[in-house]
Design a protein around this ligand. Structure first.
Ligand code: ADP
Ligand code: ZN
Ligand code: ZN
Length: 737
């Protein structure tokens, strides 16, 4: 019996050896089913060792071989093994997470043929005789099928399954058995023009320069497309993509979750006459598998997706684009915590293809990479088309009468814009009615015991919700401390803002966009459509409304309250606020009308706000980089965050102390200099969902040394794997909370 080494999706940084029963062909990267304890698991073959550390009689046999081929092409295998190494994550977990869920569960990689239909003789006769079906949808589908010379794939998108079924039962259409041979899109290339030319815009001078620079580039290159909001970055992407498609190559576009608005996809679909697949959160597992297979087989030309779409395999990838490259959603925050942007750059390098990182507010990491020559910066400093930059203004809230968070001046300005028939957008990054419910007599605050943070009051549903652990409770009638019934809310959330504004502006309709108002599937799309159609005039939203949307009739944008981010302990808070401000401000004046941006604050003299308003993001970023360098913070240093989470506070604290001692010992033994060990401390979010959180931040200016430390630590890691305390090791952490 042959030995097979497997990666299994278990949180142990080790591999497992099994026996292969007969001499059946099996290759690296194939899936196998194996007994594991009392369960069965699906593992991936990573090698064929000569010997095992485990005595042969203790080894178990593989129960089933699921694939004849390696599921990973060479490039993806290389990327994932590199990533497992760099993020010190178990290879099994990394390999498995790069597969669609259906494959993890053992589904076949054979493409399911789509059902093909044709109109029957009966159907043709009926149509010829001028018959009309009462059911309009059925009639439309029948007509559509009759017009086609070829078979028609059953697509669930435009006609519901019930419509197909009804026509079938009436005998007007029938399914056709036809062998399914997916055709790589490149082979269809000659048959049609790729771009819909009349939709192509005439580039302005800046755009032309950038596009020709990119189109003449060959091989690897990382390009930071630093373009102000509305400068026409998307048009640049589209025209560069067109050239890549003409060569028969495929394109991967990564976007932040919220950027995946129907708008973005529609723009691509309107431009290109090729197969475009979107990987978004509303797909079910079968659709995901299908998309994955289509890309791998080369059937689709463009894949647009969020973070995990990075692991899509392609037949011939020619270009990667990361839109809004600064966005935090590209960093995975649980499991193995990769950064999709960083891995995408590596992937482009391995494939010797260009990658474009686009943003109006590039991350300091990427700007640093421009400074040190790793990235090439391409700038678009002017707005494309007719829109102009907006006027910006600070409103000092100090000593002002405030209604639901709004100053009288802002309300007056809203009135003016609304009366002119324009739309107004208010940004407030706090959902619910009010963030705090407290006792007016003794000051008691109603808080979530599991997180030790105040509950948010949701008036519409009359509940208190914890935004940290999602627990909820009924609103108490009495103070939990003194028994008083005089409970009041403080602070303002989007729900309260909506209510106050509907009283103040009864003649205008309001759209609120936050996680509560868009929880229902399709609600976000519907809301956005209403705004586009001008059905609502006042838009209220959290972060969700800040990014990517193009609302030409919005002329006034207001940031209601961002003061709390001015005094955060997180060294990235200022960068994030600056990005948020620019993104939100960028929603104003996207059409032909002049826009206005208003920021309300109690701290109009805060240096960050001043520099942002007077000098812009670029100047802010340069200053911020200098400061980071001075303080020895990323991107001038690398960090690793160790975090322990458990129910017993003292035990978690002790756990982290032991871990710190272990690291210190390794450092001393190796004689390494320059390590900074910050902690162990309580995490800023010290308790969450009933679990106490402690952390240690380790920092060094030399990334390689930090990696060496982690490799040494891996040898000791087993002693830190407990049932009652969960350890996470976050490399290049973004979230220090
Ligand atoms: P960004 O992605 O940089 O924010 P977009 O690509 O969304 O900008 O472009 C902003 C607006 O400018 C869009 O309405 C787009 O149609 C328009 N636009 C872009 N390029 C041109 C151009 N060359 N000529 C005219 N309009 C343009
Ligand atoms: Zn009280
Ligand atoms: Zn909670």
């Amino acid at each position: 019996m042959k030995l097979v080494r497997l990666a299994l999706p278990v949180p142990l940084a080790r591999h497992f050896d099994y026996l292969l029963p007969q001499e059946m062909p099996i290759t690296q990267g194939a899936r196998v089913r194996v007994p594991f304890g009392r369960q069965e698991k699906i593992g991936i073959v990573i090698g064929f060792p000569e010997e095992s550390d485990v005595p042969k009689e203790k080894l178990k046999a593989i129960s089933e071989v699921l694939d004849q081929h390696n599921l990973f092409d060479e490039e993806m295998w290389h990327l994932l093994t590199w990533a497992a190494n760099y993020y010190h994550a178990p290879l099994g977990e990394v390999l498995v997470s790069a597969l669609p869920v259906k494959l993890r569960q053992g589904e076949s990689t054979q493409r399911q043929a789509p059902m093909l239909f044709q109109v029957t003789e009966k159907g043709k006769e009926a149509l010829a005789s001028g018959m009309t079906l009462k059911a309009k949808k059925q009639h439309a589908l029948l007509q559509e099928l009759a017009r086609l010379t070829n078979y028609f794939p059953k697509s669930s998108e435009r006609y519901s399954p019930a419509v197909w079924k009804a026509l079938g039962e009436k005998g007007y259409i029938e399914a056709v058995d036809q062998p399914f041979t997916p055709l790589p899109w490149a082979e269809k290339l000659a048959q049609r023009p790729i771009a819909v030319a009349q939709n192509r815009l005439v580039l302005n001078t800046q755009q032309s320069l950038v596009v020709s620079r990119l189109n003449f580039h060959q091989g690897f290159g990382a390009f930071l497309l630093n373009g102000v909001t509305g400068s026409g970055k998307t048009e640049v992407y589209l025209q560069v993509i067109e050239e890549v498609l003409k060569r028969g190559a495929q394109v991967l576009v990564l976007v932040p979750e919220i950027g995946l608005t129907p708008q973005t996809i529609q723009r691509f679909q309107a431009r290109f006459n090729v197969e475009i697949d979107a990987l978004h959160s509303h797909l079910n597992d079968s659709e995901r598998l299908n998309t994955w297979l289509r890309a791998k087989n080369g059937e689709s030309a463009i894949i647009i997706g969020t973070r995990s779409a990075l692991f899509t395999q392609f037949q011939r990838l020619g270009l990667i684009i990361i839109d809004e490259e600064h966005d935090g959603s590209f960093k995975q925050q649980d499991g193995w915590r990769y950064h999709a942007r960083d891995l995408a750059v590596l992937r482009a390098k391995n494939l010797a293809i260009p990658i474009i990182l686009g943003s109006a507010t590039p991350s300091l990491e990427s700007l640093h990479n421009v400074q040190n020559g790793k990235f090439t910066e391409l700038q678009l400093s002017r707005r494309a088309g007719l829109s102009q930059f907006s006027a910006q203004q600070l409103i000092d809230l100090k000593n002002q009468p405030i209604t639901a968070g709004l100053s009288q001046q802002l309300i007056k300005q809203m009135q003016q814009h609304l009366e002119k028939g324009n739309q107004v957008m208010l940004f407030l990054n706090r959902r619910g009615f009010a963030p705090v419910l407290l006792c007016h007599e003794c000051g008691w605050i109603c808080q979530c015991d599991s997180c030790e943070k105040p509950y948010t009051y949701h008036q519409k549903n009359r509940v208190l919700r914890c935004h940290h652990c999602a627990s909820q409770r009924v609103v108490p009638l009495q103070c939990g401390h003194c028994g008083s019934t005089h409970l009041i809310t403080t602070g303002v959330g989007t729900e309260q803002l909506e209510q106050a504004l509907s009283e103040r502006f009864p003649d205008f309709r309001i759209s609120r966009i936050d996680r509560d108002s868009t929880a229902r599937k399709g609600a976000l799309e519907q809301n956005l459509q209403e705004i586009q159609a001008g059905k609502s005039q006042i838009l209220i939203g959290t972060q969700m409304l800040a990014k990517g949307h193009h609302f030409p009739n919005v002329t006034l944008v207001a940031l209601v309250n961002v003061d709390s981010s001015l005094f955060s302990t997180d060294f990235r808070a200022e960068e994030r606020l600056a990005q948020l401000y620019v993104q939100v401000a960028g929603r104003a004046g996207r059409g032909e009308k002049q826009g206005e941006v208003v920021l309300q604050t109690h701290y109009p003299d805060h240096p960050l706000l001043k520099s942002l308003l007077t000098e812009g993001y670029g100047a802010f970023a340069q200053e911020a980089l200098k400061l980071r360098q001075l303080m020895g913070l990323p991107p001038y240093a690398s960090q690793v965050l160790f975090r322990g989470v458990g129910r017993d506070n003292d035990k978690v604290a002790e756990f982290l102390q032991n871990l710190t001692a272990c690291l210190q010992q390794i450092i001393t033994q190796q004689g390494w200099q320059g390590f900074q060990l910050l902690g162990p401390f309580h995490s800023p979010m010290a308790k969450k969902a009933g679990h106490y959180r402690w952390q240690l931040l380790v920092q060094h200016t030399h990334r390689g040394l930090l990696q060496q430390l982690l490799s040494h630590f891996d040898l000791h890691k087993a002693q830190f794997l407990r049932n009652n305390i969960r350890l996470t090791v976050d490399i290049d952490p973004q979230d220090l909370g």
